[in-house]
Design a protein around this ligand. Structure first.
Ligand SMILES: Nc1ncnc2c1ncn2[C@@H]1O[C@H](COP(=O)(O)OP(=O)(O)OP(=O)(O)O)[C@@H](O)[C@H]1O
Ligand SMILES: [Mg+2]
Length: 151
């Protein structure tokens, strides 16, 4: 990471608040941007991506769900939004080969914004200096989440 790295920490107390933070980020994203999302099961990665999609102008009734089995969902925003989930990708050295076989990095609908849940499962493929990192974790109450955004 460069010296210009900036990090901020938000406490969210509802799914809708997390969505709103995702939306604010989504409004700023441009083709070529990548957002890596990390955090445990149920931390709110998909909820945050729902907000990103909304901020990028996706129709409110278009479903945004974890592409755990599909691996990638493509949303018809402008630029297109590629939503990956690497939960089921193998650990370690096998991950890169698996990801290229799945077409990770192939922007089939043109240059777009790429968001990646469980980005830490594909460490090599998803590590770079330019990606925005969103780290979600559980807070102290059932609906509290800590969101750390590093740009
Ligand atoms: N402050 C909050 N922010 C986000 N989600 C919250 C919050 N409080 C409660 N929730 C709930 O937590 C769940 C988060 O689910 P979500 O699918 O976004 O997690 P995820 O990190 O994508 O999990 P997975 O790793 O299984 O894909 C939702 O059911 C949501 O309603
Ligand atoms: Mg998810």
């Amino acid at each position: 990471m460069s010296a210009a790295t900036q990090s901020h920490r938000i406490v969210s107390d509802s799914a809708e608040a997390t969505r709103a933070h995702g939306e604010a980020l989504g409004r700023r994203l441009r083709a070529g941007d990548r957002v890596n999302l990390v955090g445990p099961l149920g931390a709110g990665k998909t909820v945050f991506v729902q907000g990103i999609a909304r901020g990028m102008g996706l129709a409110a009734d278009f479903p945004v769900t974890s592409p755990t089995y599909a691996r990638m969902n493509l949303y018809p925003t402008d630029p297109p939004l590629y939503h990956w989930d690497l939960y089921r990708v193998s650990d370690g050295a096998a991950a890169d080969a698996e990801l290229s076989a799945l077409g990770f990095g192939d922007e089939v609908a043109g240059p777009g914004v790429v968001v990646v849940e469980w980005a830490d499962r594909g460490e090599q493929a998803t590590s770079d200096d330019v990606a925005i990192l969103v780290r979600l974790s559980y807070g102290e109450t059932p609906d509290e989440r800590i969101i750390e955004i590093t740009t």
